[in-house]
Write a protein that binds this ligand. Structure first.
Ligand code: 13P
Length: 244
């Protein structure tokens, strides 16, 4: 079992209208109040729901995060949301460098690094995502790619209080596939060598109530970043409960 207190984070991605998001948040808040699990909890709703979900979660054990932030603090960046705005809306965390943004939005390591800096500037914990594609894994390059992403995306001055790293193999996201447990441990060990001691490393990619216990049971895994299964309170809760 991991030595650090584990973090179970839900990335809702682009899912949920107001009624769905508030119902899910209320359900999680009620569960956390009546039977707190042995882990930290975080949900990252779409930007339209951040403030309303934050109001439901206020004062409880489930923290609030954004899914992305702009590098700049303010200005002429149509459609973007700054880390300061997320903080103002009640967030304590923000996901940066998710593969869906690295891929679909062309975010380079350099861009991701400026977003981590923005998160820190605003007083948010940055959840920095890294992960290899299927082709990179098949070519034996997983560790090389992940450690290069990490060193390219991580600014100087990192410390465990404001950084979480999420290892999310691109080919495992939304596919039902996961790496072997040995492969997860190997990559997490390589990541750990490049970050300050005490920094949590989450695994993400097809985590569900069935596989959560074996993944979260690994010494190198300090929690999970959950996509699809975070949209159902029962499934997200079962994953949190797998922390023991
Ligand atoms: P899934 O859990 O749906 O595979 O998504 C993982 C993810 O991308 C979380 O950020």
């Amino acid at each position: 079992m991991a030595a650090l207190r584990r973090l179970i984070a839900g990335n809702w991605k682009m899912n949920g209208l107001t009624a769905d998001g508030l119902a899910l948040a209320s359900d999680l808040a009620a569960r956390a109040a009546s039977a707190p699990p042995d882990c930290d909890l975080l949900v990252c709703p779409p930007a339209t729901l951040v403030a309303a979900v934050g109001a439901v979660l206020a004062g409880g054990a489930v923290a609030l995060g954004g899914q992305d932030c702009a590098a700049a603090e303010k200005g002429a960046y149509t459609g973007d949301i700054s880390a300061e705005m997320l903080r103002d809306a009640g967030c304590t965390h923000v996901i940066v460098g998710h593969s869906e943004r690295r891929g679909a939005c062309g975010e380079t390591d350099e861009i991701v690094r400026t977003k981590v800096e923005a998160a820190w500037r605003a007083g948010l914990v940055a959840i920095l995502c890294v992960g290899e594609t299927r082709a990179e894994r098949e070519a034996g390059l997983a560790q090389t790619v992940v450690t290069a992403q990490l060193s390219g995306s991580l600014p100087d001055g990192a410390d465990a209080a404001r950084l979480v790293v999420a290892y999310e193999p691109v080919w495992a996201i939304g596919t039902g596939l996961i790496p072997t447990l040995a492969d997860i441990e190997e990559i997490h060990r390589a990541i750990r060598a490049g970050i300050p001691g005490g920094t949590r490393i989450l695994y993400g990619g097809s985590v569900n109530p069935k596989n959560a216990a074996e993944i979260l049971g690994l010494v190198e895994v300090d929690g999970a970043l959950v996509g699809g299964a975070s949209l159902k309170a029962e499934d997200f809760w079962a994953i949190a409960a797998a922390c023991g």
